[in-house]
Design a protein around this ligand. Structure first.
Ligand SMILES: [Zn+2]
Length: 262
């Protein structure tokens, strides 16, 4: 039987310090020997190993890619944290979110959808805003997998219901709207995206301020992610390509951020 590694708190602290100073490679190098003796499929249920695995896996997401080992260690962390603490424990939720991010980075969108759905199920009775945010991420994953109509319809329903009992200046609204409008725009439904963005206005900082610029950058990043290679899977874009072939003058224009973003 493989024993758990000794609790090397100094190594963890060194790795966290390296992350804070942008030295991800140094963090990975420090943590790897702690995981090395273990197979993620059969590693013992150990809190220290869960924390090490999550910190290590988080550093392996780079430029829209991640190794399969990051998936394996996130799965280990999620299963083990659920066994040790329960499926609604913050560590189990952190592991599920990171698993979803790793799958997204690898282009495994349906797997990311499942992981975000686990977060929604865990939060829906205790943290409605958190569940809405995780649900919006699940919808983005479904959208990236080409389930566009289903994803847009679901997030539209969440947004419509969320508005009923929340202040329009609540920032969770922006989180939902950025994702809903990004999906609409990526599918080529730009007029609907523009109309939806008007709902964001009460929660946005005043125009021309640095805070407003920060929001614009945030919304642009969400839009870029939702648009990346989306024409390859999108049923709406397939229709647009067919129309372009038969009527070149009606070509679909690239997404114009200036027209869409707050
Ligand atoms: Zn689409």
């Amino acid at each position: 039987m493989i024993r758990t590694p000794r609790r090397d708190g100094a190594t963890i602290l060194r790795a966290k310090a390296a992350v804070l100073t942008g030295k991800q490679d140094a963090a990975v190098a420090a943590l790897a020997p702690l995981l090395g003796p273990h197979d993620p499929d059969s590693a013992p249920a150990d809190r220290f190993l869960v924390d090490t695995a999550l910190l290590w896996a988080a550093q392996r997401i780079r430029d829209h890619d991640a190794p399969h080992a990051a998936v394996q260690w996130c799965r280990y962390a999620h299963t083990t944290a659920t066994t040790l603490h329960g499926w609604q424990h913050p560590t189990a939720l952190r592991a599920a979110r990171l698993l979803a991010q790793v799958h997204t980075a690898r282009g495994e969108h349906l797997e990311a959808y499942d992981a975000y759905s686990a977060v929604v199920a865990a939060l829906c009775r205790t943290d409605l805003d958190g569940a809405c945010r995780a649900g919006a991420q699940a919808d983005l994953a479904a959208h990236a997998a080409g389930r566009c109509s289903e994803a847009v319809a679901h997030l539209t329903a969440v947004w419509d219901s969320w508005q009923l009992d929340h202040d329009p200046t609540d920032r969770t609204g922006l989180f939902l709207l950025y994702r809903l409008t990004a999906m609409l725009a990526a599918c080529g439904r730009r007029e609907e995206a523009r109309r939806r963005f008007r709902d964001a206005e009460p929660a946005l900082p005043p125009p021309g301020t640095p805070a407003r610029l920060g929001e614009r950058r945030h919304a642009a990043a969400v839009l870029d992610d939702a648009s990346r290679a989306h024409d390859l899977v999108c049923p709406h874009q397939r229709g647009a390509r067919y129309r372009r072939r038969s009527a070149p003058a009606a070509a679909v224009l690239p997404i114009d951020r200036a027209m869409l973003l707050p």
